[in-house]
Design a protein around this ligand. Sequence first.
Ligand SMILES: NC(=O)c1ccc[n+]([C@@H]2O[C@H](COP(=O)([O-])OP(=O)(O)OC[C@H]3O[C@@H](n4cnc5c(N)ncnc54)[C@H](OP(=O)(O)O)[C@@H]3O)[C@@H](O)[C@H]2O)c1
Length: 398
Amino acid sequence: MRYILSMLAIAVLAVGISLYWISRPTLVSAAPPPPISATTLDQLPKERKGQVLIYGAYGFTGTGISELASEYGISPVLAGRNESKLKPLADSLGYDYVVLPLENNHNNLVKVLKHFEIVLHIAGPYTYTAKSMLDAVVEAGTHYVDLTGENHVIQAELDRDEEFRRANIMVMPAVGYDVVPTDCLNVYVADKISQPTQLTVIINGSYTAADGAQTSRGTLKSGLEMLGRPLLKRENGKMVAMATPELIHRNENGREQTLLQIPWADMITSYISTGIPNIEVFQVQDGQLPKWLLRVAQADAGRRVLGWMIDNFAPEGPSPDAQENRQTRIVSTVSNAIGETASAALITPEAYVLTFHSTLIIAQRVIDGQWEPGFQTVGAVYGPDLVLEVPGVSRTDL
Ligand SMILES: NC(=O)c1ccc[n+]([C@@H]2O[C@H](COP(=O)([O-])OP(=O)(O)OC[C@H]3O[C@@H](n4cnc5c(N)ncnc54)[C@H](OP(=O)(O)O)[C@@H]3O)[C@@H](O)[C@H]2O)c1
């Protein structure tokens, strides 16, 4: 059976490579777009206070956030690089929009961002989209939040902390499912014992199972960027490479489970929020990641082919039914040198639904003047209870 499945996977990959090769985009370096017109700039908000720009608004997650914005009293301007995808969304929601490529477009980005208090940067993989937006927010003096879970991107943002402080802006990565619930829960349990030295987080993304995709295309492609880099974990305060992710087999309430160690952003963000020097994150896993996939993802060309296959064959994201019915459970446990431990659990709604809400809750906080200059983490600035503001989230001490 395993042999047949492997052969099937190889056949699918071979077909994918052939199709990718036939229809691959020609790589040309983008010429700088022309200066943005005075008419377009004139239509943007005159006074930046309270104004929100959603960049990447027409992606799966950007659409969810744009659709929910009014419930949080936010009337955003929508942005992205493709007018044919942006305009229908903006028209259907009754918001203004601005077409704005990221590549080679620094001056236009700055001119637009100067009209906004905060940008919700929802375009990823952030490996390719974060830097140009960050360069622009620094010059424009605009607060920035994103949804990256790509550790190398978060580290690059952390490395620019001083620059963000000088610009008097807050840069807060990972304001979605990765890492709002875990970071808040980690801060909560860390406060329960003195000087915690070890933090272990276990994420069950399908605690209440529901059919259909668990992730969007953007998340799958961002995941590829992480698979293509060394797998890191937090050990004695340092990020160290793991040869292979740890696997733990356990029996939970009579069900066999495999826990797979994953490079969740907590290893950077919760290190900052809690100061705990050893952090491990595991995901409850149904199947195993095929080894060949890891090998393909580690080559640039392999990632391009897999990315193309995701764009063309993967579902856009979880269905409305899965968004409504799937729940996740997160358990965080801390311990210290004298043997004290503490644990707590969160039940959350489906990961994208949580992301739509958490992004807007944080945007609203910033508009209300609750922000700190520099690189910041959710748990450190807003505390453990922020996640409880997301509808459907509950916390229990274990
Ligand atoms: N932390 C979390 O829990 C969490 C939750 C949800 C999403 N995310 C992350 O958020 C990102 C977006 O996710 P999604 O679900 O919306 O994915 P998606 O449906 O694939 O949408 C991706 C969006 O990014 C835009 N984009 C990609 N590359 C771009 C570039 N070089 N310049 C300008 N725009 C670019 C796309 O525009 P085009 O269509 O024009 O390419 C599209 O609007 C991903 O990185 C994902 O991992 C994180």
